[in-house]
Design a binder for this molecule. Structure first.
Ligand code: NI
Length: 178
């Protein structure tokens, strides 16, 4: 297993639509293990493959908290097949938008159909933190970010902040004029 680098805003790959997984081979198992280790190390409660620059429809999650025993979950080609009318507000953050948190309102409960590590079809009904995590991560598979759920003003402010930080971090040689 290996920890892979997490890409962050404004990396354009975060806006890619990820491709479905078709082959359940050793390479996939390795990717799943790397994603889990990367998520735990960050630490985060969920990670989509595109966040480590792999445009595949894969999500790992562990919505347990504090001293609860770990519960790693793997969702391949996940699809939301039902959402509750009831809504829930959670203060969300994202490993690809580091150190930024905002309230996001989403359905309180969702049913998700997905393939497990062996390629078998599964369905889960989630509520609480897991419901939010699943919706947040499935957004990533469509090139979505949680900031897309914010007001335009808030979103533009955070996008600008990250663009400026990236420009500052760029090597000086990029700025040579002649
Ligand atoms: Ni995220």
């Amino acid at each position: 297993m290996a920890i892979r680098p997490i890409i962050t805003l404004p990396d354009p790959r975060l806006r890619l639509v990820s491709e479905p997984v078709a082959t359940f081979d050793g390479e996939l198992q390795l990717l799943l293990d790397d994603m889990l280790e990367t998520m735990y190390e960050a630490p985060g409660v969920g990670l989509a493959a595109i966040q480590i620059a792999v445009p595949k429809r894969i999500v790992v999650a562990d919505a347990t908290r504090g001293d609860e025993p770990k519960n790693p979950m793997f969702f391949i080609n996940p699809e939301i097949v039902w959402v509750s009318e009831e809504l829930f507000v959670y203060q969300e953050g994202c490993l690809s938008v580091p150190d930024y948190f905002e309230d996001v309102q989403r359905p309180a409960r969702v049913r998700v159909r997905y393939l497990d590590r062996t390629g078998a079809t599964q369905e889960i009904e989630a509520d609480g933190l897991l419901a939010t995590v699943l919706q947040h991560e499935i957004d990533h598979l469509e090139g979505g970010l949680f900031i897309d759920h914010l007001s335009r003003l808030k979103r533009e402010r955070v996008v600008k902040k990250f663009a400026k930080a990236a420009a500052r971090a760029a090597p000086v040689a990029d700025k040579v004029e002649a």
